[in-house]
Design a protein around this ligand. Sequence first.
Ligand code: NAD
Length: 486
Amino acid sequence: MKPDIPFDTTQLLIGGVWRGAASGATLMLENPSDGSALATIARGAAADIDASVGAARAALDAGDWGRCSAAERGRVLARIGLAVAAQADELARLEALDVGKPLKQGRADALALARYLEFYAGACDKIHGETLPYLNGYTVLTLREPHGVTGHIVPWNYPMQIVGRSVGAALAMGNACVLKPAEEACLTVLAFARIAQQAGLPDGALNVVTGLGEEAGAALSAHPGIDHVSFTGSVATGALVQAAAARSAVPVTLELGGKSPQLVFADADIDAALPFLVNAGIQNAGQTCSAASRILVERSVYADVRERMAARYKALRVGPALADLDVGPVISRRQRDVIEHYLALARDSGLAVAAQAALVADVPAGGHYVRPTLLADVPEAHAVAQQEIFGPVQVLIPFDGEADALAIANGTPFGLVAGVWTRDGGRQLRMARALKCGQVFVNNYGAGGGVELPFGGVKLSGHGREKGFEALYGFSTLKTVAIHHG
Ligand code: NAD
């Protein structure tokens, strides 16, 4: 039986009006839990992006959105946040069907989206410019202004959270947004746009164009009418987006991939660390940019950590998203093939498999399931220890002392986040300073994902920061006004 989706998924939102793609073309979404056809979406392309950029500009120049005060923007965002929270269960169901995410994770994502809106609602009227001391006879002030029309290109793995952090902050600063969700999964983005509209977001403040990356996404990043692009996705696509935006000298935020480590020192509270070590590798079937895909362990406790992580792997339950187990399917057959390719490389190199979780007995044959796998004693230069696999695969690497741990931790092309487990206060600070990445967690991993915490990477993990107050600077520009009054 086809799942119940309580709105027309074939429409785009442009200037407050829901309608099909200009070309009339459509795409099909798949349910990753069983491989069945889930819903038809519009295949928006350049003409729809152009109409959306125009609608966003009109909302700023002549619409209600451009006339809103900061406090009024805050009230609208707060209303949307409350409405999202009230519909968290339904959003979780849609996310389970579309992304293959267990219900509890989808619900957590919906509540995170609501929390982003709550946080940015409160921030709207609390960000401001300054007056600067200058030459006698001058008054100099700075005005913090929105960029204007912002483009948002979002992947399929955490659509709600990523929309919350980028669109939430952009709207708070008074930008008008054009949002391009991923072609693999976009139901919760469409549902969110409807919720926002019903909660009173003025027409044109948020426009949503579903479609293919190389059509709608490429048209958005190259559009001369865009003033800023926020891109979350792969390194290769991020480079294309940045190059396209460079033609109009448009600033870009890139939130890309990672190969993030957790470092476990011998003096750590290993009981406390264990759930974080495993969960950070298997959450969302490992399809998380900040997944801890490398676990580095000091040699004297390595065998113990390996054994105890393996026991947790063996207890994982893997199956359909609506069954709400520990791990669901991965997003697509293509993604499963990529992960299986890395597992074959590990096999061909004779790497040790410390543990592999089993699938529940009755997984649907058409679903895209991968057995979560813990690889042990992995050489740090091996492809599985260097490249982002984006699946439920973790590698265990032993180390000897701080210098060795740091060299391995910093020894990939990525730099998104890192975790450090140690009771030694001096070491905590030395590691936090020396790790090359955008976030360091000491004696935790992820810190509950707080919306307050600026997030982003260095090296191939990207540049620019989203989340927290920092995002508001990213989604605005500063104008200096120097008044000579004698
Ligand atoms: P992807 O780069 O293939 O797609 C991401 C988005 O870009 C999609 O909306 C897609 O339609 C669009 N796109 C594709 N081609 C495009 C083009 N030529 N021009 C413009 N847009 C285009 O990434 P993916 O495989 O869907 O997502 C997984 C990647 O995203 C992983 O590398 C993961 O680490 C990364 N990611 C990063 C973060 C973060 O915050 N750093 C968060 C989630 C995912």
